[in-house]
Design a protein around this ligand. Structure first.
Ligand code: ATP
Ligand code: MG
Length: 563
């Protein structure tokens, strides 16, 4: 694991050094700059946490700014969901989100200024020609024949581009830098293109839109950003970032610093790939609880704290590495273990009739809401002659190490009584066990025998006369391979066919009828669960998501595999 938050990471050290030298007059201003062309995923959370934490730590501020300069792919629904995700994580972005599109007028003026300085020109090559002229990694590019247009001609053409006099692709505006630069990003990059498309925020006003590299650095400068933190793929764009700000002599010149993006095994983190999973119907949508999007994770029951802990645990560095999905789940388990009240639920019910418990009667027993935390208080659970236990908790012919219920054996029912199995009823045709007949010992109320006798197993259960029915969705990893793209395969070939297991007819403690979506409970011995926010109310019975299991069953499998 890399350096964690408290010990600091290299970006924190850079900022500390800057503060020591009173660079930026001691201000720290960062930003999280999503493009609203998809939903945020857990990788974005790394960037969100980094930017907001650096601002918090150094008493600065962090802007939420939408990099919305490509109307083709951007939509309001993405803007709304990104805002709600950032708020859900608990970060404060100064009240209002900002938009690069709010700077379009200023960006246009900046472009004009570049033209006036002879540092930008209108190019009339086709897109294909521009690519041909650009050269390759090993060969320099060639100058565009339009490179030496006069300032007047450029201003005239650029104004007419803006006024919508030309068709898409007829002209573009390019920075005039160096067609022989070893860095392809510096070979007269396009900074404005004609696009006759309305923008979600500026409507029909613009017929030309600025390119990402031009928009981003200037938006940073306009907002007075001091440290512009981005992922490593922008390293080669940094010379262009700096060139634009230097040529335009902006008052503020933020420092771009790159870090490695987050990558997690058994999943994919790229909007493009996630979109394919949705479009091709491999999952039920962007918020399908198996997806690594923040929407989906929230729906599944992830807490903001577990995500923040995970992001600081993996640290910030320049080294790309694939993080183990198990680490994310462990952060979640640790958080939920502290926060989730306990309940009982039975996923594979087997009926038990307690023959010496009076017919028609029932009683309320006291159950703890958290075994280690008295402040969680108590609740009551009802008990009667008929209960359900987990089918797996009974074996007719148990092996030696099986300590749960078996014919003639006594076990404890959690918070209730000791019971002893007397007989087994079966379906005469299929041989399937349909019911257990047991007796209970009234002296063991609460779960302890006054004579001190011990039992080896404690089972969870629910009252068959007083429980709720529910569907429970059990999730497993979305992909079977640690690297879904291993061996050059298309990642969809590595999808796990068993990533969703719908259990119908589950019997849950009555108290769970009031469970709120996203509020997670531990079902004792089974894992953590919450009501599904989307499906609940739309089906006959409520749907619960299993947020995470109690233990990491994959760690064992992987260890075996590595042997
Ligand atoms: P994707 O690669 O999933 O399509 P993106 O980089 O295109 O994502 P943006 O909206 O441009 O998505 O990203 C907003 C910010 O989040 C950028 O600063 C980007 O560097 C950062 N970011 C995106 N993916 C990751 C990741 N996996 N780890 C860390 N930061 C990320
Ligand atoms: Mg991107």
């Amino acid at each position: 694991m890399e350096e964690n938050d408290t010990r600091g990471h290299f970006i924190q050290s850079i900022i500390e050094e800057d503060l020591k030298n009173n660079k930026n007059d001691g201000r720290v201003v960062t930003r999280f700059p999503p493009e609203p062309n998809g939903y945020l995923h857990i990788g974005h959370a790394k960037s969100i946490c980094l930017n907001f934490h650096m601002a918090e730590r150094f008493n600065g501020r962090c802007n939420l700014r939408f990099d919305d300069s490509n109307p083709e792919k951007e939509e309001q629904k993405y803007i709304d969901s990104i805002i709600s995700n950032v708020e859900w994580l608990g970060f404060d972005y100064n009240g209002t989100p900002l938009f690069a599109s709010d700077y379009f007028d200023r960006l246009y003026e900046y472009a004009v200024r570049l033209i006036e300085k002879g540092k930008a020109y209108v190019c009339s090559l086709t897109g294909e020609q521009i690519r041909e002229y650009r050269g390759t990694l090993t060969e320099p590019g060639k100058d565009s024949p339009y490179r030496d247009r006069t300032v007047e001609e450029n201003i005239d053409l650029f104004t007419r581009m803006k006024n919508g006099e030309f068709g898409e692709g007829e002209h573009c505006l390019r920075a005039r830098i160096d067609m022989a630069s070893p860095n392809i990003n510096m070979r007269d990059p396009v900074i404005y293109r004609i696009k006759k498309m309305p923008h979600p925020r500026t409507g029909d006003k613009w017929k030309i839109y600025p390119m990402y590299d031009f928009t981003h650095c200037l938006s940073d400068a306009i907002e007075g950003i001091t440290h512009s933190l981005c992922t490593l793929e922008f390293e080669d764009h940094r010379p262009l970032y700096d060139w634009i700000l230097e040529e335009l002599e902006t008052e503020c010149h933020p420092q771009q610093i790159e870090f490695a993006r987050m990558d997690i095994n058994f999943t994919v983190l790229s909007k493009r790939k996630l979109k394919r999973l949705v479009d091709e119907g491999h999952v039920g949508g962007w918020d399908d609880p198996r997806m690594p999007t923040l929407q989906a994770m929230r729906r599944r029951g992830f807490t903001p704290d577990s995500i923040k802990t995970f992001c600081s645990a993996i640290g910030i560095s320049k080294k790309i590495s694939r993080i183990d999905y198990g680490l994310l789940e462990n952060c979640l388990r640790n958080d939920l273990n502290e926060k989730a009240p306990r309940r009982m639920g039975v996923l594979n019910p087997l009926e038990v009739e307690i023959e010496n418990y009076p017919e028609g009667e029932s009683e309320e027993l006291t159950a703890l809401n958290h075994p280690q935390k008295p402040e969680f208080g108590e609740r009551t659970v009802s008990f009667s002659r008929r209960i359900y236990i987990e089918r797996d908790d009974f074996m007719e012919d148990p092996p030696k190490k099986f300590f749960r219920l078996a014919p003639g054996r006594e076990v404890r029912l959690r918070f209730a009584y000791f019971i002893t199995c007397k007989s087994v009823e079966k379906d005469p045709e299929t041989g399937e066990i349909t019911k257990l007949v047991c007796t209970y010992d009234p002296a063991t109320k609460g779960g302890d025998a006054p004579d001190g006798r011990k039992v080896k197993g404690t089972l969870h259960w629910v009252n068959a006369h007083d429980c709720m029915e529910a569907d429970v969705h059990l999730y497993d990893r979305l992909f079977m391979a640690e690297n879904p793209e291993e061996k050059g395969r298309d990642f969809t070939e590595n999808l796990n066919p068993d990533s969703l297991n719908v259990k119908k007819g589950c019997k849950l403690e009555k108290n769970l009828e009031t469970a709120e979506p996203e509020y997670v409970y531990q079902f004792e011995r089974l894992g953590y669960f919450c009501v599904d926010s989307k499906l609940s109310g739309k089906q006959d019975v409520p749907v619960f998501n299993r947020t995470v299991t109690l233990r990491d069953s994959w760690a064992k499998i992987q260890k075996k595999r590595n042997k």
